[in-house]
Write a protein that binds this ligand. Sequence first.
Ligand code: IPM
Ligand code: MG
Length: 359
Amino acid sequence: MIKLALFPGDGIGTEVAEEAVNVLKFLLDNHSVRYEIEKGLVGGASYDEYGKPLTDETLKIAKNADAVIFGAVGGYKWESLPIELRPEKALLSLRYELGLYANLRPSKIYDELIDASPLKKEVVQGTDMMIVRELTGGIYFGQPRGVFDLEDGQKKGVNTLVYTTKEIERIAKIAFEIAKKRRKKVLSVDKANVLECTELWRNVVAEIAKGYPDVELTNMYVDNCSMQLIRQPKNFDVIVTTNLFGDILSDESSMVAGSIGMLPSASLNGKKGMYEPIHGSAPDIAGQNKANPLAAILSVAMMLKYSFDMDDLADNIDKAVEKVIKNGYRTADIYSKAPGTKLVGTKEMGLAVIEELKK
Ligand code: IPM
Ligand code: MG
């Protein structure tokens, strides 16, 4: 029996999570895998109901589950709330409380979607990278933090970038292990020319690299990396980096992949994981059956692989997604009027994946 938590959240999060769960249920039923899904409110939806973005109840559901399926959180309605009550806080607390320190964000371009990328075909074709983002440390969680009053009446805003040896070691190991199964290249991204904390990062990653003689390690400063990602995206295999740099670089990498609506993610602490599309709640298109559910569906595939070692089932989903794209199904974000393509909604895209799985 596998125990799942389902937190659809806000905006298109609810729509894409629904399709992802439909796909998952179809596949598990078909393979006689027993499961239990417990639903919870997070983000703005939870705030509206309980006055906070994450309740103890919901956190308990997450802690009891083997894996969490997450939609997206946030929306205009909650933007002016104090930071502690904003929908995003639910996500940050779940990551922290569950100890999900390793965030895997694969980014690859499907040949059929090359036109959806704003970059030139010859630049993006063949891109296939994995960003390994540290997720429970760095400037996102460092103390001290806050806005403080100064004696002269000014204010002072403070956040702290902090990493310990152990935190760097464990994320570096994840990156090298993944690289071993890929093209055997790890790029560590830092700002070691300016920030001492990331100089430590660079040194610790180099120590870990000694245990992986068959994997090549290179280093890059984050400013240079943000440029190289657009210039030569194909050169990248595994990128390992800090929480904040990984946040920024993974959004950038989504443009190389055509659309942010295609990119899944896994946030891991051993086998325990939370799985979510990397896109947000997109309030501008929410409730209109326009969102691309493929990132959420591919996230469920990552769950089967990383939390449950069901690589075959994960593969089935990956292949079905490839096939629906080959067959021309396009949500608005990846639609380019190319011959043989048809514009579909969230539901139709989800159904198309299930139809493929039936074959
Ligand atoms: C992400 C998001 C989150 C982050 C926000 C919503 C808190 O941008 O998962 O990349 O900054 O980590
Ligand atoms: Mg982000």
